[in-house]
Design a protein around this ligand. Structure first.
Ligand code: SF4
Length: 387
C-alpha cells in the first residue's frame, strides 16, 4: 500500500488516489484555464514523475497518472511552483467549478468563477466530493449535459439566474448576488440532508422529494441547452479533441507553445485560446466526425486496479460501428468514473463479462449480460440494435 495514497473516488493533487499504475494526481485549473507556462509545466511534470500522459477528465480537470510514492513530493512542489495548488485538501476537494470555455474578455464569466472559487475556499460546507458548480453564463447554455449541482446561467433576456440541478427553473439574480445565492443553495442542500442521501447529488435530492425554500426558488427559465461543442475553430480559439482525454507530453507542450492559454472542458477537448488555425498534431482529434468522439472509456485495465477489462482497447475496436449521433460508454466496473450520465449504449465489465445497458448509466438494468470481448468485436451490430 502506498504511504501517501488516500483511497477514494475523487482524487486531488493534495489527496491522490492509488490506482493500478501508481498514484493518480488530479489538478483543478482555476477558472477552467491554464496559462501557457502552467500547461508546459504540467507536461514536463507528467513526463518526469508520471507516465508522460496528461488525462483530461469529464469534470474538466487534468490528471497525472503513474506517480510513485518517491516522485510524489517533487511533483507536488512542481505544481505549487506553477500556482496550481490549494491551501489544503479540503479546500481543493470543494473547488469543483466548471466554466464555459466560450467566455470573452470583459464578460462576467471569469470574475464569477474567481469569486465563486474564493467564496468556496473560505466556506466550510461539508459538500460531498462529487458536488459541483457550473458557470454557464454565455448566451448559449453549453454545460447543460455536464455534471454539476448548482448552475449559474442566463435566461432568454440575458439575465443571470442560479438554478439547482434537476429544477426546471432558477432564481433570477443580480450579478452581485449570484455567488451568494449559489452558496446559499449549497448550504440548503447540506442542511436539508442532501449530503446524506444515497446519491448525494442535487438532482437526486430534489427527485427524492426535497423542496427548495421559497427564498431560493424562482421562475426564471434558462435558455435552451445547446448541443455539446465539436472540434473546430471558434471566435475564441481552436477546439481540439483528445481520444479518451489523453494528451502525450509533446502534444500538450506543442499546444501550450502555440496558444495563449488552454481552456479545459468536460468534453475531453481543450480550447487553444487565440489559435486561429486548427493544429495538426497526430494525437489531436480535429475532425468533428472522428469516431473517437463517439466513445468514452475509463482508464480500465491495467491502469486501474478495480477494472475487469481493458476498456480503451475495446472502445477503440468498436468506435467505427457507433453511429455519428450515438455514444458508447465502456466502463471497467460499475463506478462509471469516465461518465456518470446516460449513453446510448453502456458496456460495464464484471467478472462474468460485459453487461450491456441501453440508454442508461453504468447503474442501469442490463438488457444483455456476460458478453465477451470477442462476442462484441465479432458482432458489433448487437451494440446499436434498435438505435
Ligand atoms: S470505472 Fe473504470 S477507472 Fe473507475 S474504478 Fe471502475 S474500472 Fe477503475
Amino acid at each position: 500500500m502506498s504511504a501517501v495514497a488516500i483511497k477514494g473516488w475523487c482524487p486531488g493533487a493534495l489527496r491522490p488516489m492509488l490506482s493500478g499504475d501508481g498514484l493518480v494526481v488530479r489538478i483543478r485549473p482555476r477558472g477552467g484555464r491554464l496559462d501557457a507556462s502552467q500547461a508546459t509545466g504540467i507536461a514536463e511534470l507528467a513526463a518526469r514523475y508520471g507516465n508522460g500522459l496528461t488525462d483530461l477528465t469529464s469534470r474538466a480537470n487534468l490528471q497525472i497518472r503513474g506517480v510513485s510514492d518517491e516522485g510524489y513530493p517533487a511533483l507536488i512542489d512542481g505544481l505549487a511552483g506553477l500556482g496550481l495548488l490549494d491551501a489544503d485538501s479540503d479546500t481543493e476537494a470543494q473547488r469543483n467549478v466548471l466554466v464555459t470555455p466560450f467566455w470573452t474578455a470583459g464578460d462576467e464569466t471569469r470574475s464569477l468563477a474567481a469569486e465563486l472559487e474564493q467564496a468556496l475556499a473560505s466556506a466550510r460546507l461539508d459538500l460531498p466530493t462529487k458536488f459541483g458548480f457550473a458557470i454557464d453564463d454565455g448566451s448559449e447554455r453549453v454545460l447543460g449535459g455536464a455534471s454539476a449541482d448548482i448552475r449559474i446561467e442566463r435566461d432568454r433576456n440575458g439575465g443571470l439566474l442560479v438554478r439547482a440541478d434537476g429544477a426546471q427553473f432558477g432564481l433570477s439574480v443580480a450579478r452581485s448576488e449570484a455567488v451568494q445565492v449559489a452558496l446559499a443553495l449549497a448550504e440548503w442542500f447540506v442542511a436539508s440532508g442532501g449530503a446524506k442521501g444515497e446519491k448525494r447529488r442535487m438532482a437526486a435530492h430534489l427527485a427524492g422529494g426535497a423542496s427548495l425554500p421559497q427564498s431560493l426558488r424562482g421562475d426564471a427559465e434558462p435558455v435552451a441547452r445547446s448541443a455539446d461543442p465539436v472540434p473546430g475553430l471558434y471566435s475564441t480559439g481552436a477546439m481540439v479533441g483528445l481520444a479518451f482525454g489523453q494528451m502525450p507530453q509533446q502534444t500538450l507542450s506543442h499546444l501550450a507553445e502555440r496558444a495563449q492559454a488552454l481552456r479545459v472542458t468536460p468534453w475531453r477537448m481543450v480550447l487553444a485560446e487565440a489559435m486561429h488555425e486548427m493544429p495538426r498534431d497526430a494525437d489531436l482529434v480535429t475532425d468533428p466526425n472522428d469516431p473517437a468522439l463517439r466513445v468514452i472509456a475509463c482508464s480500465g485495465a491495467p491502469r486501474c486496479r478495480e477494472a475487469h477489462a481493458d476498456t480503451r482497447a475495446l472502445a477503440s475496436a468498436l468506435a467505427s460501428f457507433v453511429p455519428a449521433d450515438a455514444r458508447l460508454h465502456v466502463s471497467g466496473c460499475a463506478k462509471g468514473c469516465a461518465h456518470s450520465g446516460s449513453a446510448d449504449v453502456t458496456l460495464v465489465a464484471s467478472r462474468e463479462g460485459f453487461d450491456l445497458i441501453r440508454r442508461g448509466t453504468t447503474r442501469g438494468v442490463p438488457v444483455l449480460r456476460g458478453l465477451t470481448r470477442s462476442d462484441l468485436v465479432a458482432n458489433p451490430s448487437v451494440l446499436m440494435r434498435g438505435h
